[in-house]
Design a protein around this ligand. Structure first.
Ligand SMILES: *[C@@H]1O[C@H](CO)[C@@H](O)[C@H](O)[C@H]1NC(C)=O
Length: 178
């Protein structure tokens, strides 16, 4: 994370004005109750996941060269869902918005469930799927969803993904008649 060395400036008002000066360049952060957004290192650490109590993993970099944690890796203790997305502005990630949101929603409806959503760094692909989930199932606007996640983790969906999330925002607003 490029902003890891920025000093904390709590109480000075700078948190709001300095880009990236907010919380977190951690491997993983809980950005919504029982919903963890993280990187490949987190996903590859089965003991760490067990200690965190993770029951579900959504890998937004499924099948790419960085994918170590595929289905067989987790055995029967963790439910795995792979989304084969590439972190390129032209990649159509919107085709996965609803299916990924549905998976997250179902997972979190299970009592005691905790889900890790990750890609390689945990700021673009996986973050976009978390934003889509918050918009689809919790009726947050895109701006509100970004603000909510950014309270806990620095995220940076690529510009193409942001455009697709904006389209989702418009689509949902129209469907809800507001
Ligand atoms: C992305 O995929 C969705 C669902 O398959 C499709 O409706 C949409 O037209 C695609 N968008 C682009 C820009 O190809």
């Amino acid at each position: 994370c490029a902003h890891a060395s920025l000093p904390k400036s709590r109480g000075t008002g700078l948190d709001e004005t300095l880009p990236g000066a907010g919380p977190s360049c951690n491997h993983v952060d809980e950005v919504w109750p029982n919903l963890f957004l993280g990187d490949q290192a987190t996903a590859a650490n089965r003991y760490g996941l067990w200690k965190m109590g993770i029951t579900h993993v959504l890998n937004a970099a499924h099948g790419t060269m960085f994918c170590q944690g595929c289905h067989d890796f987790y055995g029967t203790t963790i439910d795995y869902h792979g989304v084969p997305a590439y972190d390129l502005p032209d990649f159509n990630i919107s085709q996965f918005f609803f299916s990924a949101a549905e998976y997250i929603h179902k997972a979190l409806s299970t009592p005691g469930a905790k889900i890790l959503i990750h890609c390689v760094v945990g700021i673009s692909r996986s973050a976009s799927l978390v934003l889509a989930y918050l918009m689809i199932h919790h009726h947050l606007s895109l701006v509100k969803a970004i603000q909510t996640v950014k309270e806990h983790r620095w995220i940076s969906p690529n510009r193409g993904f942001l455009k697709q999330l904006r389209n989702l925002d418009l689509q949902l607003q129209q469907e809800r008649g507001c």
